[in-house]
Design a protein around this ligand. Structure first.
Ligand code: ATP
Length: 238
């Protein structure tokens, strides 16, 4: 068994004095895709925000063996964790090119950055055509592509993705998920994916955690979770 890429132990997260995650143990393997499933308000977004240092936490978060809990968001990013937030986090007034350039702000290797522009344009050719266009005028699907691409410009080891399917037409979602799969396989970027659409997420991911009101209630391989009767009833609808 290889060493975990990321691991949380007894992770708790708070908004003010209110605790919304109650002691979560996640293990992410290098090169894997893990999904966090759960109903509205279960704590999925908070789990990603906890890893990124955006909410107050207790418990341990280890990335490549080193503690990252309590670190600033920027430090977490510099270590190789890129966060694609729900709502996408692109800067609407800036062009596609400017947004991508911002994604690489932590890097000083100009040649590598230039190569990575070509890399993301290879995955998302539509962004290449629209390099000079203001991000705010892109379609929803193109904005999601830009958000993922901007995160990739950091050359991350782990991508945190918060509901990339949100508000998009099924065909666009299929296209984006298929590209995410290619990026994972070809670039070895690990992913932690939050999704309401359980069926879609389980098709992409190799492992899954089901959250209910801030606790993990089921975890395992995606295949096992797909066959779990209560998950099928409540989240897969068959
Ligand atoms: P959804 O799928 O609806 O986005 P979620 O599983 O991502 O839900 P979270 O957004 O993590 O859930 O919310 C978990 C709990 O924390 C909820 O009870 C929510 O009301 C609460 N919460 C989220 N953000 C804040 C905040 N900024 N201040 C106070 N409470 C918050």
């Amino acid at each position: 068994m290889t060493a975990a890429l990321m691991q949380t132990q007894n992770l708790r997260a708070f908004y003010g004095n209110t605790r919304v995650l109650h002691g979560i143990d996640f293990v992410l393997q290098p090169g894997g895709i893990t999904t966090i499933l759960g109903a509205n308000g279960a704590g999925k977004t908070t789990a990603l925000r906890a890893i990124s240092g955006m909410v107050r936490t207790e418990g341990a978060i280890r990335f490549e063996g080193a503690r990252i809990d309590g670190r600033k968001t920027e430090d977490v990013a510099r270590r190789g964790i890129a966060h694609v937030p729900n709502g996408r986090g692109t800067i609407m007034q800036l062009t596609v090119h400017e947004n991508l350039k911002l994604g690489a702000y932590t890097r000083s290797d100009k040649r590598g950055v230039a190569q990575d522009f070509e890399l993301v344009f290879g995955y998302f050719p539509r962004l290449k055509e629209r390099q000079g266009q203001q991000a705010g005028t892109l379609s929803g699907g193109e904005q999601q592509m830009l958000a993922i691409s901007r995160a990739l410009m950091m050359r991350p080891k782990l991508l945190l993705l918060d509901e990339p399917s949100f508000g998009l037409a099924p065909l666009v979602v299929q296209e984006i998920f298929s590209i995410m799969r290619s990026i994972n396989k070809q670039q070895g970027v690990s992913m932690l994916l939050v999704e309401q659409n359980a069926s879609l997420a389980l098709d992409l991911a190799d492992h899954a955690y089901l959250l209910e009101t801030g606790n993990v209630v089921v975890s395992g391989t995606s295949r096992d979770i797909q066959q779990n009767p209560s998950v099928r009833r409540s989240y897969l609808g068959y």
